[in-house]
Structure formats: C-alpha cells, structure tokens
Design a protein around this ligand. Structure first.
Ligand SMILES: Nc1ncnc2c1ncn2[C@@H]1O[C@H](COP(=O)(O)OP(=O)(O)OP(=O)(O)O)[C@@H](O)[C@H]1O
Ligand SMILES: [Mg+2]
Length: 240
C-alpha cells in the first residue's frame, strides 16, 4: 500500500445530532497540492476541522505519517506537523502582527525555532515586516490572509491546510495567494487546499477530491477532472 502523508479513512462526522460527513476517505501524498472541492455546506471545513482535531469523528480514522490523530488535542496535531489556515482567517484583530505570528509557534516543540520561523515567514510575506507593531485588525483583507498563512507557517508544518484562502479577496490578492501556495509547495510543503475558486485551485493542484453533501463524489488528477463533463458542468461553468 502506498505511504500517504495524510490518510482519511472512512470518517463519519456529526455536528450534534446532524451528520455532516458520511464515510469519507481520501489521502494526500507528500509534496503534492491536493484540492478538496464541493458546494457550500458539502462538509469541507468540517473535514479540515476533524483533521485538526477541533471536531472528533464518530467513526473512521485519520492517519498522519501512519499515526492516528483522532484522539489527539488540536495543539498535539499542530506539534506533529499539521497547520490549518482557517476559513475567515481568524486572526486576533486586537493583537499586533508580531503577537499573532508568535502565537503561531505555540506548541512547545516549535518555540525553540521561533526566531528562525519568523525569519522564514517574513521572507514569504515581506510586507508584514513593516506592519509588525500594528494591530492585525487594521491590515487590509489581503494582508490579513497573508498574516493567517504566515501564522500557520510559524508552526513549521509538513502539511499546510488552507480553507478558502481566496474568499473575499481583491483579484490581485487572489493571484498572490495562489502564487504563494505554489511557491511554498515547490519548497517542499505538502498542501491540502479547500477552495470555492475551483478554476484557480485546479490550476495549481495535482489531484482533487470532490465532496457532495458530505459524501465523496469524484476524484482524479486535475487533468482527468478538467476533462470530465460532470465536473466541468458542476464546477467550471461549462455547459454539457
Ligand atoms: N458548528 C456547526 N453546528 C451545526 N452544523 C454545522 C456546524 N458547522 C457546519 N455545520 C453543518 O455541516 C454541514 C457541512 O458544513 P461545512 O461548514 O463543513 O461545509 P463547507 O463545505 O465548508 O461549506 P462552505 O463552502 O460554505 O464553507 C452543513 O450542513 C453545515 O450546516
Ligand atoms: Mg467551509
């Protein structure tokens, strides 16, 4: 069996009594960009939150480098090498840019690398350097998204999960975010990307999984899916 970096195996996830994810399995291989796409409410964020141990699946398993994560606390998952850039960024608006970045390095095994990680995060987003003392809430939307990604990088992840990173951004920032994701991947970071902007996600992804109302509906290389009439119709606005 192939050795996947992340393997989600038959997970069922509930919000209270309501089941949001049904027997979903997918995997992310090392150094790839994998897209997870689907309409509003399909369960994409629910799955990322389960991988981050913010929600516990009621069945199935999640393996990272072969080790189950489902009983771990969120900070233990970050310590293992999985960082999530949450939907809506969730930066701490009243804290400074510097404080937000420092918080990204909170797991005990990451703190010794704080200076090095900061240098690296700022080399990815140099604009943040001139904003370090500023309250994060005063940044533009595009800069806040950069800060959210930079904060996730502060934990030195092996797998970076991004939940709708381009949502609500001006077009110039959208292309910058996608360029950055691609550049990070070229440097060796594995990416799990949730995007509404399927067209652009397919431009940079190697492989994609498609969710429909909590179930896995299709999967394939981006090339295969681009040539699939059902996928074209549902996501690329191409009428069949
Ligand atoms: N905290 C919650 N409590 C109850 N139900 C929830 C909660 N979060 C999500 N849901 C429900 O779970 C389902 C999946 O939601 P989820 O947010 O994972 O979808 P999504 O694919 O990320 O959608 P979007 O594209 O809008 O972000 C939806 O039916 C949603 O209403
Ligand atoms: Mg979502």
């Amino acid at each position: 069996m192939a050795n996947h970096l992340l393997e989600v195996k038959g997970v069922n996830i509930f919000h209270g009594d309501a089941q949001a994810v049904w027997d979903v399995s997918f995997h992310v291989d090392e150094q790839k960009i994998v897209a997870l796409v689907g309409a509003n409410g399909a369960g994409k964020s629910t799955i990322l939150n389960a991988i981050s141990s913010i929600i516990r699946p009621s069945g199935g398993d999640i393996l990272f480098s072969g080790n189950s994560t489902v009983r771990l606390k969120p900070e233990e998952v970050v310590a293992m090498g999985i960082s999530q850039v949450p939907e809506g960024r969730r930066i701490f608006s009243c804290l400074t840019v510097l404080e937000n970045l420092e918080l990204g390095a909170y797991p005990a095994n990451k703190r010794p690398y704080l200076k090095e990680s900061m240098k690296r995060a700022l080399s990815v987003f140099p604009v943040l350097e001139s904003r370090m003392g500023q309250a994060a809430g005063t940044l533009s939307g595009g800069e806040q998204q950069m800060l959210a990604i930079a904060r996730a990088l502060m934990a030195r992840p092996t797998l970076l999960m991004l939940d709708e990173p381009s949502l609500g951004l001006a077009p110039i920032f959208v292309s910058r975010v996608f360029d950055t994701i691609q550049a990070l991947n070229k440097e060796g970071l594995t990416i799990l990307l949730v995007e509404q902007n399927v067209f652009q996600a397919m431009e940079i992804a190697d492989y994609a999984f498609v969710l429909q109302t909590g179930r896995l509906k299709m999967e394939g290389t981006t090339e295969e899916l681009r040539g699939n009439p059902e996928f074209q119709h549902a996501f690329l606005g191409i009428m069949g």
